[in-house]
Design a protein around this ligand. Structure first.
Ligand code: NAG
Ligand code: NAG
Ligand code: NAG
Length: 307
């Protein structure tokens, strides 16, 4: 065999091999599912079709935008569960929403209410309503509506459905409020450092403003299976310390502070995705005026243990 013949023969083999590879590759591409993006589009289109075909209300694409406001500190593994769960849940209802993680980065005690005030100020020009949302409470029953609360706040985690709190005036956990109503009550009090009671004070604000709180209907599940409560109370100790005159002050309606004068600085805005869920993290440094709320820091010496 001459050198030339040898080369020709190999070239032929090489060409045959290339055609084979291209063929296999094309087959694989055809079998693969669509990219996630085009999948979503497809889903949206088909849902929209359904809506126009039989006019079913829940398929209608919402004209209102929801900001899910999640007070946060130090609970990354809960966030990893929360984000994909909420995406799946809200997409089914065709809610147009975005998740904002309100991350308290100062050294003071956790202040859930002030974080929500800051989150509200950040989103109020672009969103029509907010969900004040605990990160450890995941809705399971599809009948829990996250639609626009037109007539008054909508308490998703009502006392007969919440796994833990059953008193009639409870409005914590998950509460939907539209922009107008949140502004009307001057948001939440800024005096609640540490765990608890800020939601009870907010209830009084709503009541004084004659806003009726609405609650879910058509829920056949009960307090043990309407929500998944991912809070581990042994790992996550609640900061229930009371110091100075905190106990006395935080039992009263606060007429001084609220949305209009929450004092803070947003140190960073971070857009990111968790798995496939886009969200925004606000790094928030709250300020504390110790002449008004000295209990934003409690030390052993000023702690008040008597109930
Ligand atoms: C949701 O509501 C519908 C209509 O009232 C009812 O038939 C269904 O059983 C409810 N589902 C659950 C899980 O509560
Ligand atoms: C908020 O405003 C009230 C008066 O409306 C004032 O008494 C209070 O000190 C202010 N609080 C802060 C934290 O600025
Ligand atoms: C984050 O995303 C929002 C909305 O998509 C956008 O308006 C904003 O500019 C982004 N911010 C940063 C820091 O990238």
């Amino acid at each position: 065999m001459t050198y030339r013949n040898h080369w020709k023969k190999n070239l032929f083999r090489y060409l045959l091999f290339s055609v084979f590879v291209v063929f296999i590759f094309t087959c694989i591409l055809n079998i693969l599912p669509l990219t996630p993006d085009s999948c979503n589009c497809h889903e949206k289109v088909s849902r929209f079709k359904k809506a126009s075909e039989n006019g079913v209300k829940q398929f209608k694409i919402s004209q209102y935008k929801l900001a899910v406001l999640v007070p946060f500190r130090d609970r990354f593994e809960e966030l990893l569960q929360f984000a994909p769960h909420m995406k799946q849940f809200l997409d089914k209802q065709n809610i147009e929403y975005h998740i904002f993680i309100l991350h308290q980065v100062d050294r003071f005690r956790f202040n859930r209410a002030s974080l929500i005030n800051v989150g509200f100020i950040h989103v109020q020009n672009h969103y029509d309503y907010i969900a004040m949302h605990d990160i450890d409470l995941l809705p399971l029953n599809e009948n829990l509506s996250y639609g626009f609360p037109n007539n008054g706040p909508f308490h998703v985690s009502s006392p007969d459905l919440h796994p833990r709190y059953h008193y009639p005036t409870f409005i914590g956990g998950i509460l939907l409020v539209n922009r107008k109503h949140y502004q009307a009550v001057n948001g939440m009090s800024n005096k609640y450092w540490g765990w608890g009671l800020e939601d009870d004070e907010f209830y009084v604000r709503l009541k004084e403003a004659n806003l009726k709180v609405y609650r879910p209907e058509n829920i056949l599940t009960g307090s043990q299976n309407t929500f998944k409560h991912i809070h581990d109370k042994n790992v996550r100790k609640r900061d229930t310390i009371k110091c100075f005159n905190q106990r006395e002050i935080t039992r009263k309606r606060d007429r001084q502070t609220g949305l209009s004068n929450v004092s803070y600085k947003i140190e960073q805005v971070i857009n990111m995705t968790i798995i496939d869920v886009p969200l925004t993290i606000l790094n928030i440094a709250l300020n504390c005026d110790k002449t008004i709320t000295p209990w934003c820091e409690c030390t052993k010496t000023n702690e008040n243990k008597t109930p």
